[in-house]
Design a protein around this ligand. Structure first.
Ligand SMILES: Nc1nc2c(ncn2[C@@H]2O[C@H](COP(=O)(O)OP(=O)(O)O)[C@@H](O)[C@H]2O)c(=O)[nH]1
Ligand SMILES: [Mg+2]
Length: 289
C-alpha cells in the first residue's frame, strides 16, 4: 500500500476500454512539458507512460494495458497553490472494478481509499453503453459477437459497466464500501464524470451534463439524487481529439504532436486543451466545504 500523505486523494474509476490509458498518457505529456497549472511530484512506473506517449508521438494508439504492468500507476501532483494531491489508479486495468460488480465485494484497501477520498473521477464512454444503442444501428448479432470476442476479459456476472444499471450498481457499491452516509445528498467525495471519446459522439446535444441526462437518464437521476449539485461535475473528454489506430500511424497527428491535441468540454460547454481542468475543478472547495 502506498505511504500515507496529507494530500487529498482522487480515485480514478472506470471499466476497461473507456480511454483511461490515453488520458493518462496525455496528462503525463502535459505535466512533463509543464504546460498546465499542475506539477508532477512523482510517478512510479513513469517509463510505461513514456512508452505510451512515444506511440502517440508516432501517431499510433497505445497498446492494450496489461494490468500486471500497471500495478502502481498513481500520479503524485501539486496544484498551482502548492497543495499536494494524489491521483490514485487502484485499478488501472479496470478489471478489479468489473470483479467488484460481479462479487459485490470490496477489499480493505479499496474501502480505506474510499473512506478518505476527496473525489472520484468516473470514466464513462457513452457510445459503448449498451442500453443507449438502438437496435437498428446495433443489431443484436453484432453485440453478441463483440461480447464473444471479449470473453477472456469477462466475469460471470450479467451486470456490466457497459450498462447504466451496472454503473449505478457500481456507484452504490462504492458508496456502501466507503460508508458514505446518504441521509442527505453527498458533498464529499465530490464526483466528476468524464464522458470519454467525446469526438465520437454524433451531435452532442448541449453541455456534457445535458448529454449525460439525455443519453444515460437512469445514471443521471441516480447521481443527482445522491450528490449535491455543487459536488458533481460532468465533462466531455477527448484525450486524442480523434481515433488512432494501433498499426497504421496518423501522419497529421504525429506532425501536430500529442501535446496540441485532445480537449475537454467544460461544464458550460466550452472547449479547452487543458486536460487538467477536471482535476483542478475537483480540488476547488465547493460551497459545502
Ligand atoms: N476517438 C477516440 N478514441 C480514443 C480516445 N481515447 C482513447 N481512444 C481509444 O479508445 C480505446 C480505449 O482506450 P484506452 O485508453 O486503452 O482505454 P482503457 O482500457 O480504459 O485504458 C483505444 O482504442 C483508444 O485508441 C479519444 O479521445 N478519441
Ligand atoms: Mg488501459
Amino acid at each position: 500500500m502506498s505511504s500515507s500523505t496529507a494530500g487529498k486523494s482522487i480515485i480514478m474509476v472506470g471499466g476497461p476500454n473507456v480511454g483511461k490509458s490515453h488520458y493518462t498518457f496525455q496528462l503525463y505529456g502535459r505535466l512533463s512539458s509543464k504546460t498546465c497549472g499542475l506539477k508532477l511530484r512523482a510517478m512510479p512506473n513513469q517509463e510505461l507512460f513514456q512508452e505510451g506517449l512515444d506511440r502517440l508521438n508516432r501517431g499510433l494508439a497505445a497498446k492494450h494495458t496489461s494490468t500486471a504492468q500497471y500495478d502502481n500507476a498513481d500520479l503524485l501532483l501539486t496544484d498551482d497553490e502548492g497543495n499536494d494531491f494524489d491521483l490514485l489508479w487502484p485499478d488501472y486495468g479496470g478489471e478489479q472494478i468489473s470483479q467488484m460488480l460481479a462479487t459485490r465485494g470490496v477489499d480493505e484497501a479499496w474501502q480505506s481509499r474510499l473512506m478518505s477520498a476527496h473525489g472520484i473521477l468516473l470514466f464513462i464512454r457513452p457510445d459503448t453503453i449498451l442500453d443507449f444503442k438502438n437496435i437498428v444501428d446495433q443489431p443484436i448479432e453484432l453485440e453478441l459477437k463483440s461480447r464473444d470476442e471479449k470473453k477472456s476479459e469477462s466475469t460471470d456476472c450479467r451486470l456490466t459497466l457497459e450498462t447504466q444499471v451496472g454503473l449505478v450498481e457500481l456507484l452504490q457499491i462504492l458508496l456502501f464500501a466507503g460508508q458514505l452516509n446518504r441521509v442527505t445528498r453527498l458533498s464529499s467525495p465530490k464526483l466528476t464524470i468524464l464522458m470519454t471519446c467525446w469526438d465520437e459522439i454524433i451531435n452532442p446535444s448541449g453541455t456534457p451534463a445535458k448529454v449525460l441526462q439525455g443519453r444515460l437518464p437512469l445514471l443521471h437521476q441516480f447521481i443527482t439524487s445522491n450528490w449535491r449539485e455543487d459536488s458533481v461535475n460532468v465533462y466531455g473528454l477527448s484525450a486524442l481529439g480523434r481515433s488512432l489506430d494501433k498499426k497504421k500511424p496518423d501522419p497529421e497527428f504525429a506532425k501536430l504532436g500529442p501535446s496540441s491535441q485532445g480537449y475537454v468540454v467544460g461544464t458550460e460547454g466550452k472547449q479547452t486543451e487543458d486536460l487538467t481542468v477536471v482535476l483542478s475543478q475537483l480540488l476547488k472547495p465547493s460551497d459545502a466545504n
